[in-house]
Design a protein around this ligand. Structure first.
Ligand code: ADP
Length: 349
């Protein structure tokens, strides 16, 4: 027998009633008959009354508590248990300690859910704010150029071409932002299926070097391997997506690198993975910003990023792609000494 609260209550009440019955009945019988011959029978009846009272009281108390507990359980399991049909699923419990425990677990779970929803809501609000802010600048620029043209600049053949070109540049900027946003939303909703294959990452880096050669030359930046890689290094991943990662990282290394500087790529063999490092000797990233640079629209130097045509989404895309491969990316930097981005890929065959 468990000495829980309903049991103690039932035992105490039944005990009091049995003792009262025993005392009252024996007194009445003693007074009326003048002897104590019925004492044993009265005792037996009292014990029977004690057992009966105990069972009735215990049942009533349990039913009372269970009815209250049922309402609590129904509220807690509201989502799962909608109707009386599912009543069997409710734990038939009158153990108040257990109910208290379950209620506090439920409340804790709710707190966590509410917190997650708040974070998501803030994230969404911030994201919408960022997108509109990013698009506002090129839109206002375009509007400015058009108004100037309408105000008379249209008739000046030299100015009108210049303004139209500038307006077109702002349109290009909007297109980049929208394309990057589209890529991110596809990556986030897992709409992009990775097309896995084995490929040589040294060859891929060479292709990206060629692609970005002109841009690097403009600032007299050298694109080089840290050492000779005469043998192929095979990795297993989505070649096109990894190309996007390399383009974004090497492009950033050029954008935030120093004139006449150097962008170096290096590979490390790590048992089951290949680690690729892209380093530059540029402006670097302050320590306090390092953990945030992979966030959407996060920029250390806003004006430098925009001047260089950045959308603030490049690293966020890179992180998504690497994480979709179930791999990791990391950034380290010391201000003025440059930055290094490294990511892993599964070794290929
Ligand atoms: P952006 O389009 O602005 O370059 P990214 O997402 O690619 O956006 O990068 C986010 C920010 O991280 C950049 O605005 C820049 O401040 C910083 N950053 C990225 N790569 C480098 C780098 N190689 N050196 C210094 N800062 C960098």
């Amino acid at each position: 027998m468990q000495f829980d609260k309903p049991n103690i209550l039932a035992l105490s009440l039944a005990g009091i009633i049995a003792v009262l019955i025993w005392v009252l009945t024996s007194s009445v019988l003693y007074v009326s008959t003048g002897n104590d011959a019925y004492l044993l029978e009265v005792g037996m009846v009292s014990i029977a009354m004690f057992i009966a009272c105990y069972l009735v009281i215990r049942y009533s108390v349990e039913e009372f508590i269970y009815n209250k507990v049922k309402i609590i359980y129904k509220n807690i399991h509201n989502l799962k248990i909608g109707s009386d049909e599912d009543e069997d699923e409710i734990v038939r419990s009158t153990d108040l300690d257990m109910v208290t425990r379950e209620v506090s677990e439920w409340a804790e779970q709710r707190d966590i859910e509410i917190e997650a929803l708040q974070v998501r809501e803030n994230f969404r609000r911030e994201f919408v704010g960022n997108v509109s802010h990013e698009l506002k600048t090129p839109i206002f620029n375009i509007q400015g150029y058009l108004l100037t043209l309408l105000d008379g600049a249209l008739d000046d053949p030299e100015i009108n071409r210049r303004y139209l070109k500038r307006a077109n540049k702002s349109v290009d900027r909007m297109i980049y932002i929208i394309q990057d946003l589209e890529t991110i939303s596809k990556l986030e909703s897992n709409m992009i299926q990775l097309a896995y294959s084995n490929f040589n990452i040294v060859g891929l880096v060479k292709e990206v070097f060629e692609m970005l050669e002109d841009k690097a030359k403009e600032r007299k930046i050298k694109l080089v391997f840290k050492k000779e890689y005469d043998k192929p290094i095979k990795v297993y991943g989505d070649r096109q997506k990894v190309e996007q990662v390399l383009i974004n990282l090497i492009n950033n290394a050029i954008k935030y690198g120093n004139d006449k500087g150097k962008v170096e790529v290096r590979f490390y063999d790590m048992d089951k993975q290949i680690l690729t490092e892209v380093s530059d000797d540029g402006v670097g990233i302050p320590q306090e910003d390092l953990s945030r640079i992979f966030e959407r629209f996060y920029r250390v130097d806003k004006s430098r990023s925009r001047e260089a045509g950045g959308t603030g989404l490049g690293l966020s895309i890179v992180k998504h792609i690497i994480e979709a491969h179930k791999q990791t990316i990391n950034a380290r930097s010391s201000e003025k000494a440059g930055s290094t981005f490294s990511f892993t890929l599964q070794k290929g065959k």
